[in-house]
Write a protein that binds this ligand. Sequence first.
Ligand code: XUL
Ligand code: CO
Length: 441
Amino acid sequence: MALLGDQEFFKGIQPIQYEGPESDNPLSYKYYNPEQVVAGKLMKDHFKFAVAYWHSFCGQGADPFGAGTQSFPWDLPRDPVEAAKAKADAAIEFITKLGFDYYCFHDYDLIQEGDSLAESEKRLGKIVPYLKAKQKESGVKVLWGTANCFSHPRYMNGAATNPDFEVVARAGAQIKLALDITLELGGENYVFWGGREGYMSLLNTDLKREQDHMGRFLGMARDYARKHGFKGNFFVEPKPMEPMKHQYDFDAATVIGFLNHFDLQNDFKLNLEFNHATLANHTMQHEMAVAASHNMLGSLDANRGDYQNGWDTDQFPNNLYEITEAMLIFLMESGLQGGGINFDAKIRRNSTDMDDIFHAHIGGVDTFAKALIAADRVLTNSPYKSFLGERYSSFDSGDGKAFESGKLTLEDLYRIANQSGEPPLRSGKQEMLENILNQYL
Ligand code: XUL
Ligand code: CO
């Protein structure tokens, strides 16, 4: 089998190196130094950066108003297996040149879906061994796998939540195969993004029944994967809307309630995405704090939305302030549970040069690196952490401590309040804290 074929897709682009902030080479990292220790850990181990197969190697820039603008040389072969192999060659070349260790994929990112389930399974059986060998050769690994149960017309009314059992069974078959290939490729985690799990109109929807089906479905998938030796985490990725008007996995809090209700909380954590947080009218910092408070901060999809238009634009992240806020939670929680930072982001339709996806990833990576360094300095050098501790210190001893440990009744609160009189006003000091954050960026 020809591995790392002779064809170089990204010609003239050398492996991207750390050159430091003074470098004026756009194809270098200015802040991401994989071997640099921050908060007691190598930067590369903090992040576990991953490339999203779908955006970088499958999308060609099409939008609702026009065809794709990006014609990639790996799309040239007509035969689906040859095309998939060329795409795998390009993907591994790209990931390796970026210096990343990971990628994430949907089943039919790897190879075009066939006309029947059997044909699709056959095709996966051709590309998976090829990719496995390429992974072995290059050292590249799978952060997570998933199934695309939202693009095919059969899923227009949902996959696990489809009102038609035949479609639910078809989705089950697809998830089984996606779990098989994720296991085969050594995937460290498995993601469920409920692409069309939701509804457009309640006039035709039995919401409770659909949600019950989804709970049962996720349990079946978990049982199957565990039975076949999958040791990683399952992640659910919240998103409030798009493609459906109402998605069942609205936000972190909704998904946590769902997982607890269906007794899935021990195997499932969350894969949170910046743009999805924005669509839910939350900050990413909020979503991460909610997940962390339930011990479910699993993995992150890195991107950014457009703050004016409210769509899922999946732009590459470059908002330093936003990511520094996220990195504060990240560091205070000692990282993610099993996951990493996956660039679920795409270049713009008019970015048509072969080096554009390099610039895009370099920018995203450097923003995370810079934000991590800033957040670490905020936590270690500034009064931020001590302020936070001090703000809640009335619960560290005496009646406050007794309250936290469940030793007080409402009558006790009545008695204490009567003894203490009117509590003094204590400033939240928001502006001072915002200035501290800015100082360290
Ligand atoms: C869609 C999205 C997906 C998931 C994987 O908004 O984020 O790419 O990450 O299906
Ligand atoms: Co995503």
